[in-house]
Write a protein that binds this ligand. Structure first.
Ligand SMILES: NC(=O)c1ccc[n+]([C@@H]2O[C@H](COP(=O)([O-])OP(=O)(O)OC[C@H]3O[C@@H](n4cnc5c(N)ncnc54)[C@H](OP(=O)(O)O)[C@@H]3O)[C@@H](O)[C@H]2O)c1
Length: 240
């Protein structure tokens, strides 16, 4: 018979808050600890735990485990996309977690990208019905760089657009939502033909005018580097 898991979730940040909520929705029992609480409570709770999730800053995970969990017999797990650890298994939830909680259905749809040498998923995160894929640990840095560029960098661009529609043109940002939603939908349905605009068309005159309009804007550098990057990718594809 499978052992009933006893989870300890460490941290009080965004991911810890989301996973406390998810575990509650799944009716999975768990304990919590964050660094505002006495260390004596951490010692007590970590002795009872079968699974400890280190949901804290990437840079603090290894030192925290070495300092407080060196003698723990629990399975240690981190959720970082980039950290490569010998002792702590990586299970990266491929999702963005902000300050607003999600529904049970949304949590259940989150895939986990798990270290190739971690225990099977039912032993690693017992009770979670999520799908998993395995990744060689050595590939984590590149994998995470791609996550950051796609999710986080595009977020910065949309935030700039929304903000400046309102502040410079007095247009409510909601006007741009159908554009963003259609761009997203096209990416979901036909990812390889979703790019339109002057780069896709090779329209140099429009690119020149766009750059001129961004003359004193820090995002001009972004535009220029996208143009250079896109040209390099095209040349590589054409074998030039
Ligand atoms: N947010 C996302 O979208 C996302 C997605 C996938 C994976 N992850 C991963 O999830 C983990 C947590 O990220 P997050 O977004 O939840 O970060 P966060 O909101 O910034 O929260 C970080 C938490 O770590 C705690 N902490 C920092 N240094 C610590 C230390 N030395 N000892 C003990 N606790 C410490 C903080 O405590 P204080 O509040 O006291 O500072 C806070 O509770 C990271 O490994 C991250 O890579 C995040």
């Amino acid at each position: 018979m499978r052992q009933v898991p006893s989870y300890l979730l460490i941290g009080c940040g965004r991911v810890a808050t989301h996973f406390q909520h998810y575990f509650s929705l799944l009716k999975l029992p768990y304990e919590t600890w964050c660094r505002q609480e006495p260390v004596s409570q951490l010692e007590e709770k970590s002795q009872q735990a079968t699974h400890i999730l280190l949901l804290i800053n990437d840079g603090a995970i290894e030192t925290f485990a070495a300092q407080y969990l060196a003698n723990s017999k629990a399975i240690l797990i981190h959720f970082s996309g980039s950290l490569v650890s010998e002792r702590i298994h990586g299970a990266h939830p491929l999702m963005t977690f902000s300050h607003h909680l999600y529904s049970l259905e949304e949590y259940q749809q989150i895939p986990f990208v798990v270290d190739h040498d971690a225990p099977d998923f039912a032993s690693l995160l017992p009770g979670l019905p999520n799908q998993q894929v395995r990744l060689q640990k050595s590939l984590r840095p590149k994998y995470h760089a791609l996550c950051v560029m796609s999710g986080n960098f595009s977020c910065i661009l949309w935030q700039k657009f929304f903000l400046e529609l309102e502040s410079e043109f007095a247009i409510p940002h909601t006007i741009a939502l159908p554009y963003m939603q259609r761009q997203t939908q096209n990416l979901c349905e036909h990812p390889m033909s979703a790019l339109t605009g002057p780069l896709a068309r090779g329209d140099e005159e429009t690119i020149r005018k766009n750059l001129q309009a961004l003359d004193s804007d820090p995002f001009k550098k972004i535009y220029e580097s996208f143009v250079a990057c896109y040209q390099d990718v095209k040349k590589a594809e054409e074998g030039v």
